[in-house]
Design a protein around this ligand. Structure first.
Ligand code: ADP
Length: 334
């Protein structure tokens, strides 16, 4: 088996009639075994819906999915034994100790008694939780609790691990710690990891390959380097001192030769340029000529944000905020 996950043409609609929401419109991708694969997209893109279908928690309207060599529609029970799933919300018992949580999980999966103890010890050690093992988990830090969630999902030695937004809510130190643990899962055990995230940096750092999902569709696929390498030139970002001058700034930038893909996000304007150093003086002169004061200017190599902008036609951060608003609206409607 070359791929740990193969999704093809997944379509999913929530609700009916006028209130129907098309969450997925034909999502497909293949995840090579033993790699970290990123599902990157703004809020509301369809990441959780895809994950729910792959983990047998939801069924698609059409399309197929094969996980660990098993068709999720035909053999959901066997798929559940072959995978581990860490949802966004914590899944441990806060009134039990770390060791008790792992023991219970071992029983749920029907592991032999002797194995439960040794596997639990191994995971506690591996995630740096051994010292706290006999303390009630509600007293643990957020980072330790998140690591316990991952350890619980690994207890029955799954072939594929699903992590839904694993670092949301963690402080930067705990996030970096979690990134190291996730890389370790593929390196040490050969487990395939499918990670959903709306952090561009997280996908860039962790994913061997990724798909960018936007409005229920895959808009780009590749390694982070391939995706960024597909864009020529640099990105210029300009922050206005006065957001009210957005339209004047945009008009001024549009007159500068060699500037393309101009986008606006609040007080920030961004544009693609062939060569940042060569274009910047003309761009600054045009803004000054138009009487637009600036708070800051940066020139950078392409990022995944730029990749998203190119394929989705809007900035990732504005899409992410819009997704939150849409979600609030659909949840009220639902
Ligand atoms: P993501 O995980 O990328 O934030 P989701 O898969 O949660 O995206 O959501 C995709 C779309 O489907 C969004 O528009 C969301 O509001 C909608 N949606 C998700 N779950 C439901 C539901 N249970 N009922 C109605 N709409 C839903």
């Amino acid at each position: 088996m070359e791929h740990a996950i193969e999704a093809d043409g997944l379509v999913k609609t929530y609700g009916k009639g006028a209130k129907a929401v098309r969450a997925l419109s034909g999502v497909g991708f293949a995840v090579p075994r033993g790699t970290v694969f990123g599902l990157l997209g703004p809020n509301g893109a369809g990441k959780s819906t895809t994950t729910k279908i792959l983990t047998t928690l939801s069924t698609p309207d059409s399309g197929t999915a094969v996980v660990a060599g098993l068709d999720v529609a035909k053999e959901p029970g066997r798929v559940r034994h072959a995978i581990g799933y860490v949802p966004q919300r914590p899944c441990f018992d806060p009134t039990a100790t770390g060791r008790e949580n792992l023991t219970l999980q071992g029983h749920v999966y029907g592991l032999p008694r002797a194995d439960i103890r040794s596997r639990g010890d191994q995971l506690l050690e591996r995630f740096g939780l051994a010292e706290a093992a006999n303390r009630i988990t509600k007293t643990w830090s957020g980072g330790m609790q998140r690591k316990l969630d991952v350890a619980l999902a690994l207890m029955h030695r799954p072939q594929v691990l699903f992590l839904d937004e694993p670092t949301t809510g963690l402080d930067p130190e705990a996030r970096a710690d979690m990134w190291a643990e996730i890389s370790g899962v593929t390196r040490a055990d050969g487990v395939t990891v499918l990670l959903t995230t709306h952090y561009l940096e997280e996908a860039d750092q962790l994913a061997d390959r990724l798909v960018i999902i936007d409005r229920g569709q895959v808009v780009a696929e590749g390694t982070p380097e391939e995706l960024k390498g597909g864009l020529d030139g640099d990105t210029v970002q300009v922050e206005l001192a006065d957001p009210g001058q957005q339209a004047a700034a945009r008009r001024a930038i549009d007159t500068v030769h060699g500037v393309g893909d101009v986008g606006v996000d609040g007080a920030r304007l961004h544009a693609r340029v062939g060569n940042g150093a060569a274009t910047l003086p003309g761009l600054l002169a045009a803004l000054e000529g138009a009487g637009v004061p600036l708070a800051s200017v940066t020139v950078a190599r392409p990022s995944l944000d730029d990749v998203y902008l190119r394929h989705a036609g809007r900035s990732f951060h504005s899409a992410d905020r819009a997704g939150l608003t849409d979600r609030a609206a659909t949840e009220v409607a639902a």
